[in-house]
Ligand binder design. Structure first.
Ligand SMILES: [Zn+2]
Length: 161
């Protein structure tokens, strides 16, 4: 699995594109694209690499990790997947914004389904194991790719939002 990182939004959040070079299957993890420029950088990378975006995944649903979900859903026709315990953060998205005095021109995207402990996804033939690690938020997830020895932890190993 290959990975491209995009730093996004006023929180300097990391948005990841995981992709398999041979099948061209890809997943976007924590789409935090906030500005038009951030969206264009993501889209340009995906187009230049001829990627087929199969999943939109969220380690958790704090505002800085979901800013780009509406955009991704409209652009690629896929709905975000996250843990059900974090869905409350979608419902109080406006309160999260108010805390930071930020506008959210795109609004917030509802989930298309839930992920939880022991779920497995496949991207380009490679297994992605879902780990539920509540703490940073009730629904925090890690995405573990044993074959590539990679793990995406969101803010589980961070002190920021
Ligand atoms: Zn967070």
């Amino acid at each position: 699995m290959r990975v491209e990182v995009f730093e996004c939004n006023p929180f300097c959040e990391n948005t990841y594109v995981l992709y398999d070079d041979s099948s061209k299957e890809a997943a976007i993890v924590d789409c935090g694209c906030y500005t038009q420029d951030e969206k264009m950088r993501l889209v340009t990378f995906i187009e230049q690499n001829s990627l087929n975006v199969k999943y939109l995944l969220n380690t958790h649903l704090h505002l800085d990790h979901v800013f780009g979900n509406v955009f991704c859903t409209e652009k690629y026709g896929i709905l975000p997947l996250a843990h059900q315990a974090d869905e409350v953060l979608i419902k109080n998205f406006e309160q999260q914004l108010a805390l930071f005095g930020l506008p959210a021109p795109d609004g917030v995207q509802n989930l298309g389904g839930y992920l939880t402990e022991n779920d497995v996804l496949v991207i380009g033939g490679e297994t992605v194991r879902i780990l539920h690690v509540p703490g940073h938020s009730q629904g925090s997830l890690c995405f573990y790719l044993p074959a590539s020895k990679m793990i995406f932890v969101g803010d589980v190993l961070s002190n920021k939002v």
